[in-house]
Design a protein around this ligand. Structure first.
Ligand SMILES: Nc1nc2c([nH]c(=O)n2[C@H]2C[C@H](O)[C@@H](COP(=O)(O)OP(=O)(O)OP(=O)(O)O)O2)c(=O)[nH]1
Length: 133
Protein backbone atom coordinates (compact mmCIF):
# COMPACT_ATOMS: atom_id res chain seq x y z
CA UNK A 1 0.00 0.00 0.00
CA UNK A 2 1.33 3.44 -0.90
CA UNK A 3 1.70 5.67 2.11
CA UNK A 4 0.15 9.09 1.66
CA UNK A 5 0.64 11.90 4.12
CA UNK A 6 -1.56 14.98 4.04
CA UNK A 7 0.05 18.38 4.53
CA UNK A 8 -2.57 20.99 5.43
CA UNK A 9 -1.98 24.54 4.28
CA UNK A 10 -3.93 27.52 5.55
CA UNK A 11 -5.47 30.11 3.30
CA UNK A 12 -5.58 32.54 6.22
CA UNK A 13 -7.82 35.34 5.01
CA UNK A 14 -8.90 38.73 6.30
CA UNK A 15 -11.49 40.77 4.40
CA UNK A 16 -9.31 41.16 1.31
CA UNK A 17 -5.88 39.62 1.93
CA UNK A 18 -4.21 36.21 2.07
CA UNK A 19 -1.33 35.56 4.47
CA UNK A 20 1.80 34.29 2.73
CA UNK A 21 4.78 32.89 4.68
CA UNK A 22 8.41 32.70 3.54
CA UNK A 23 10.11 29.44 4.50
CA UNK A 24 13.40 29.63 6.36
CA UNK A 25 14.20 25.89 6.07
CA UNK A 26 15.08 23.37 4.74
CA UNK A 27 17.67 24.92 2.39
CA UNK A 28 15.94 23.68 -0.78
CA UNK A 29 12.69 25.46 0.20
CA UNK A 30 14.12 28.48 2.04
CA UNK A 31 13.24 31.84 0.50
CA UNK A 32 10.13 30.54 -1.25
CA UNK A 33 6.62 31.40 -0.06
CA UNK A 34 3.93 28.99 1.07
CA UNK A 35 0.66 28.61 2.88
CA UNK A 36 1.56 28.05 6.55
CA UNK A 37 0.65 24.64 7.96
CA UNK A 38 2.18 21.20 8.20
CA UNK A 39 1.72 17.47 8.33
CA UNK A 40 -1.43 15.91 9.73
CA UNK A 41 -0.41 13.53 12.50
CA UNK A 42 -1.91 10.08 13.03
CA UNK A 43 -5.36 10.26 14.59
CA UNK A 44 -5.62 14.01 14.00
CA UNK A 45 -8.26 15.74 11.86
CA UNK A 46 -6.99 18.18 9.21
CA UNK A 47 -8.76 21.02 11.04
CA UNK A 48 -7.06 20.14 14.33
CA UNK A 49 -3.68 19.85 12.58
CA UNK A 50 -4.08 23.26 11.00
CA UNK A 51 -5.10 24.88 14.28
CA UNK A 52 -2.08 23.30 16.00
CA UNK A 53 0.40 24.22 13.26
CA UNK A 54 -0.76 27.84 13.07
CA UNK A 55 -0.52 28.17 16.85
CA UNK A 56 3.05 26.75 16.79
CA UNK A 57 4.32 28.54 13.69
CA UNK A 58 2.55 31.90 13.90
CA UNK A 59 1.28 32.20 17.48
CA UNK A 60 -2.30 32.72 16.31
CA UNK A 61 -5.72 31.34 17.17
CA UNK A 62 -7.88 30.60 14.16
CA UNK A 63 -11.28 29.41 13.09
CA UNK A 64 -10.95 26.89 10.26
CA UNK A 65 -13.72 27.63 7.76
CA UNK A 66 -13.79 25.21 4.83
CA UNK A 67 -11.69 23.13 2.47
CA UNK A 68 -10.62 24.54 -0.87
CA UNK A 69 -11.60 21.77 -3.31
CA UNK A 70 -8.65 19.88 -4.73
CA UNK A 71 -5.45 18.21 -3.66
CA UNK A 72 -1.98 19.00 -4.93
CA UNK A 73 0.97 16.57 -5.06
CA UNK A 74 4.14 17.46 -3.18
CA UNK A 75 7.31 15.40 -2.85
CA UNK A 76 6.03 11.82 -2.35
CA UNK A 77 4.41 10.70 -0.07
CA UNK A 78 3.03 14.18 0.69
CA UNK A 79 -0.08 15.82 -0.76
CA UNK A 80 -1.26 19.36 -0.03
CA UNK A 81 -4.82 20.14 1.02
CA UNK A 82 -5.87 23.70 1.72
CA UNK A 83 -8.39 25.06 4.18
CA UNK A 84 -9.55 28.63 4.56
CA UNK A 85 -9.28 30.11 8.04
CA UNK A 86 -9.83 33.41 9.83
CA UNK A 87 -8.08 34.85 12.87
CA UNK A 88 -10.29 34.74 15.95
CA UNK A 89 -11.11 38.24 17.25
CA UNK A 90 -8.82 37.92 20.28
CA UNK A 91 -5.93 36.29 18.38
CA UNK A 92 -2.49 37.92 18.39
CA UNK A 93 -1.24 39.09 14.99
CA UNK A 94 0.77 36.38 13.18
CA UNK A 95 4.51 36.32 13.81
CA UNK A 96 7.13 34.14 12.07
CA UNK A 97 7.98 32.05 15.16
CA UNK A 98 8.97 28.78 13.48
CA UNK A 99 9.78 27.61 9.91
CA UNK A 100 9.34 31.13 8.44
CA UNK A 101 11.32 34.37 8.43
CA UNK A 102 8.79 36.74 6.88
CA UNK A 103 5.02 37.04 6.61
CA UNK A 104 2.99 39.21 4.25
CA UNK A 105 -0.72 39.91 3.88
CA UNK A 106 -1.29 40.02 0.10
CA UNK A 107 -4.26 41.50 -1.73
CA UNK A 108 -5.43 39.81 -4.92
CA UNK A 109 -3.35 42.31 -6.94
CA UNK A 110 -0.25 41.51 -4.90
CA UNK A 111 -0.65 37.75 -4.88
CA UNK A 112 2.04 37.07 -7.50
CA UNK A 113 4.56 39.53 -6.05
CA UNK A 114 6.27 36.74 -4.07
CA UNK A 115 7.98 33.57 -5.35
CA UNK A 116 5.62 30.83 -4.18
CA UNK A 117 6.84 27.25 -4.01
CA UNK A 118 6.13 25.83 -7.48
CA UNK A 119 3.90 23.14 -6.04
CA UNK A 120 1.74 25.75 -4.26
CA UNK A 121 0.90 27.77 -7.37
CA UNK A 122 -2.22 25.80 -8.41
CA UNK A 123 -3.56 25.99 -4.84
CA UNK A 124 -2.91 29.73 -4.62
CA UNK A 125 -4.70 30.24 -7.96
CA UNK A 126 -7.73 28.50 -6.49
CA UNK A 127 -7.59 30.61 -3.33
CA UNK A 128 -7.25 33.81 -5.42
CA UNK A 129 -10.82 33.42 -6.60
CA UNK A 130 -11.97 33.94 -2.99
CA UNK A 131 -10.33 37.37 -2.71
CA UNK A 132 -12.16 40.50 -3.85
CA UNK A 133 -10.72 42.18 -6.98
N1 LIG B 1 3.23 23.77 5.40
C1 LIG B 1 3.39 23.68 4.08
N2 LIG B 1 4.26 22.78 3.60
C2 LIG B 1 4.42 22.73 2.28
C3 LIG B 1 3.71 23.57 1.40
N3 LIG B 1 4.11 23.31 0.12
C4 LIG B 1 5.04 22.33 0.20
O1 LIG B 1 5.65 21.82 -0.72
N4 LIG B 1 5.22 21.95 1.53
C5 LIG B 1 6.12 20.89 2.00
C6 LIG B 1 7.25 21.37 2.85
C7 LIG B 1 7.53 20.18 3.72
O2 LIG B 1 8.32 19.25 2.98
C8 LIG B 1 6.16 19.54 3.91
C9 LIG B 1 5.47 20.04 5.16
O3 LIG B 1 6.39 20.24 6.11
P1 LIG B 1 6.29 21.22 7.34
O4 LIG B 1 7.69 21.42 7.80
O5 LIG B 1 5.51 22.46 7.05
O6 LIG B 1 5.42 20.33 8.31
P2 LIG B 1 5.61 20.07 9.85
O7 LIG B 1 5.61 21.40 10.56
O8 LIG B 1 4.58 19.07 10.23
O9 LIG B 1 7.07 19.47 9.81
P3 LIG B 1 7.96 18.65 10.80
O10 LIG B 1 7.78 19.25 12.16
O11 LIG B 1 7.53 17.22 10.68
O12 LIG B 1 9.32 18.90 10.21
O13 LIG B 1 5.38 19.98 2.78
C10 LIG B 1 2.81 24.51 1.93
O14 LIG B 1 2.15 25.30 1.23
N5 LIG B 1 2.67 24.52 3.28
Amino acid sequence: MTERIVVVGAALLDADHLLAARRSAPPELAGRWELPGGKVEQGETPEAALTRELREELGVEVEVIDRVPGEWPLRPPYVLQVWTAHLLPDSPEPKPLQDHDELRWLSRDELWSVPWLDQDIPAVKKVATRLPT
